[in-house]
Design a protein around this ligand. Sequence first.
Ligand code: ADP
Length: 163
Amino acid sequence: MKKAIYPGSFDPITNGHIDIINRASALFDKLIIAVASNKSKESLLSKNERVEILRDSLSKNSKVEIDSFEGLLVDYAKKKNIFTIVRGLRTLSDFEYEFRMAIMNRNLDKSIETIFLMTDEKYSHISSSSIKEVYTLGGDISPFVPKPVVRNLNKIDDEKNNK
Ligand code: ADP
């Protein structure tokens, strides 16, 4: 069975991530979407909320499993016994960051292989950080994210307002 891990913050998941997940699902028998608790980034959603939204968004894809991890990705990969990492590329500027990270992961564990999938150009302008910005400023993010993102963000807002 060919397995891979697609790690990321997914804060929130976007149509660009979905595109990479669909491409990776065509190549692997099992794809673990691993939500990282990213302490260096200001997050919009908690890790549990991100996991919940991913489950809602990907319930129809039987090859996908949603999980989360703390600490180093290489340690998580070892624990899972999966040594292929999938990452997405949008632009040249992604490349430098991704290249550095792939080399670092390889230095930490030489059995780790990172493969890169290129997004459809129609998603190349979408990033979680721009979605966060548009959302916090009151803009409509629905064209750029799967439906459960909007539904859950509205629910979270309602809960906050009722407190
Ligand atoms: P991280 O904080 O680990 O970079 P992200 O959730 O922002 O996590 O992204 C996870 C992966 O998905 C990264 O490889 C990133 O380059 C890729 N990615 C993000 N947005 C897109 C997109 N619109 N199209 C293709 N890949 C994307």
